[in-house]
Design a binder for this molecule. Structure first.
Ligand SMILES: [Zn+2]
Ligand SMILES: [Zn+2]
Length: 152
């Protein structure tokens, strides 16, 4: 588990190194759905406190590098080529920290179709859903069974 004070100190150090004098600041937030965010309007890089406490310092640093890469690449870059180039140049290993990976790890609702495809949701779906991997469009043969898993 990461020491949040150390994570914050490291974040400030990385911001100073890669975004010197550009007025960027670090902030904690309480998101459980995304590890970090880059807010261009206010020049803030946020990291999620509830997720950071579960992760080690290395992973927290990756989250911060991911957001610094957004700040460097600009708001239009998305996760496209320009962003990837910047992210790699500052030592960000992007593939392990995408939103789908985060949902797989932390979303409380897990669904499974009869053929074993898994789905991850933050809320219990209201009506029946069928597996989009087994069949495009609704098909009652491939209904997803949802369950709530223990908080982690
Ligand atoms: Zn991103
Ligand atoms: Zn399926």
């Amino acid at each position: 588990m990461a020491d949040l004070e150390q994570v914050e100190a490291r974040a400030i150090e990385l911001i100073d190194r890669y975004l010197p004098g550009a007025g960027w600041r670090f902030r904690w937030d309480n998101s459980r759905r995304r590890a970090g965010v880059c807010i261009f309007d206010t020049r803030e890089i946020h990291a999620s406190r509830p997720l950071a406490v579960r992760w080690n310092a290395q992973r927290c640093e990756q989250v911060i590098l991911h957001e610094i890469a957004h700040a460097l690449a600009g708001p239009r870059a998305g996760h496209g080529r320009a962003w990837v180039r910047v992210a790699e140049s500052i030592g960000c290993r992007r593939e392990r920290y995408d939103d789908a990976g985060l949902a797989r790890e932390s979303a409380p609702i897990v669904g499974c179709c009869p053929n074993g495809h898994e789905f991850f949701r933050y809320r219990m779906p209201s009506g029946p859903r069928s597996c989009s991997l087994c069949h495009r469009g609704f098909d009652a043969r491939f209904l997803i069974t949802w369950r709530r898993r223990a908080a982690q």
